[in-house]
Design a protein around this ligand. Structure first.
Ligand code: HEM
Length: 398
């Protein structure tokens, strides 16, 4: 029988993929699922096939192509203008190249002392304030928001505005009119900023794009869309990794103790990879449509058929992670995970996300060794309704 997609994570297992999807992975590498609009794309359940398809030029990320497995909200396709993440090469590569220099390991490493300062200042403020405190509001959201604002040249004072609108955009059940309105507000905001930088450029990523507009390489609309993509991708994802990662570590005190006691950057870097694998917060799956017939794992995906690749079940595939993949083990080698995707669209911001998480995980638990939950785990609101998984609130004390 065809299963509906997406399916829910089970109550009581907040870190695990939906059990029915894990079961499908054991049955076959490719199965048909049913989406809300009645279409029946392929679900790719295993790590090897997901990587093969994500690296295959015969799959497209273009949502306007017939057969694309469109995410729905309340029966209506979730329209989205998320810039080059939804384009194919060569235009995707052309636009991506315009911003990729800001995310090289060298550029990101130069930002590390500034990120450490941001993290230390926020912890100072938490320690000086009342407790319990909501770690999401006091720490997890501000860290990546401050960093991406600095990088893009967006005023951090506007954080309530862009965080609230991003939240609406990534909610799977949000009223379509409300989503469109939120997308419009974010676009107008970035467009205004780009306009201001046309008159008065600074030393930031958006000002770099303004130079491209002036050279006739990029339209102002595309520049603003790129700004929206990087502003949302740059804060939502990392914020959820900080809060959900902290919760996962609090639930695994032996692993938390390793991070609290080790000052070895290798141990921390390894823990970041394992937490990315284990939590896989972009839990709705990479979506593509085949542009040609593709033969894979004894099946033929026909041109025009949709393909969905949920990283959460790939990252728990025992063929790729043999030693009890459903267990969090910060010492395992997890570097080959697909939490950042794979292929031409793999996460542009991954060096930045990695560095931010390394700074956070190596600082927070050492500076607040008695950090603990201030409520029961079953009272924590999980983001089952959002396309980026995490927690809405994380009350902690020490
Ligand atoms: C832990 C944090 C993060 C996670 C788990 C994550 C995850 C992902 C994933 C899975 C994709 C692939 C999408 C696809 O194949 O369709 C992606 C793409 C992307 N991410 Fe991230 N991301 C994170 C942080 C960031 C940050 C900090 C930025 C900074 C701007 C960023 C910017 C982007 C962009 C621009 C793309 C589109 C790349 C392309 O289409 O070529 N991400 N991300």
């Amino acid at each position: 029988m065809l299963q509906d997609y997406p399916s829910a994570r089970a109550a009581g297992c907040p870190f695990d993929p939906p059990p029915n999807l894990q079961a499908l992975r054991e049955q076959a590498p490719l199965v048909r699922v049913r989406l809300e609009d009645g279409s029946t794309p392929w679900l790719v359940t295993r790590y090897a096939e997901q990587k093969a398809l994500l690296g295959d030029k015969r799959v497209s990320s273009d949502v306007t192509k017939p057969g694309y497995p469109m995410p729905m909200a309340n029966g209506v396709p979730r329209s989205s203008g998320l810039s080059f993440i939804l384009m194919d090469d060569p235009e995707h590569a052309r636009q991506r190249r315009m911003v990729s220099a800001s995310f090289t390991i060298k550029r990101v490493e130069a930002m590390r002392p500034g990120v450490q300062q941001i993290v230390d200042d926020l912890i100072d403020r938490m320690l000086a304030g009342p407790k319990p405190v909501d770690l999401v509001k006091a720490f997890a959201l501000p860290v990546p928001s401050l960093v991406i604002c600095q990088l893009l040249g967006v005023p951090y004072d506007d954080h309530d505005f862009f965080q609230d609108n991003s939240k609406v955009l990534i909610n799977r059940y949000e009223d379509p009119a409300a989503r469109t309105a939120a997308a419009g507000r974010l676009f107008e905001y970035l467009d205004r900023l780009v306009g201001a930088k046309l008159d008065n450029p600074g030393d930031d990523l958006l000002s770099g794009l303004v130079g491209r507009i002036q050279d006739g390489e990029l339209s102002r609309t595309d520049a603003a869309q790129m700004g929206v993509l990087m502003l949302i991708a740059g804060h939502e994802t990392t914020a959820n990794m900080i809060a959900l990662g902290t919760l996962a570590l609090l639930e695994n005190p032996d692993q938390l103790a390793v991070l609290r006691e080790s000052d070895d950057p290798e141990v921390v870097a390894n823990a970041v990879e394992e937490l990315l694998r284990y939590l896989n917060i972009t839990h709705n799956g990479r979506r593509r449509v085949a542009t040609e017939d593709i033969e894979i794992a004894g099946q033929v995906i026909r041109a025009g058929e949709g393909v969905i690749m949920p990283g959460d079940i790939a990252n728990r595939d025992p063929d790729a992670f043999p030693d009890e993949p459903d267990r969090l083990d910060i010492h395992r080698n997890a570097r080959h995970h697909v939490a950042f995707g794979f292929g031409v669209h793999q996460c542009l911001g991954q060096p930045l996300a990695r560095m931010e998480l390394q700074v956070v995980y190596s600082t927070l638990y050492r500076r607040i060794p008695a950090l603990r939950l201030a409520t029961d785990i079953d009272k924590i609101p999980f983001k089952h309704d959002a396309s980026v998984y995490g927690v809405y609130e994380l009350p902690v004390t020490w």
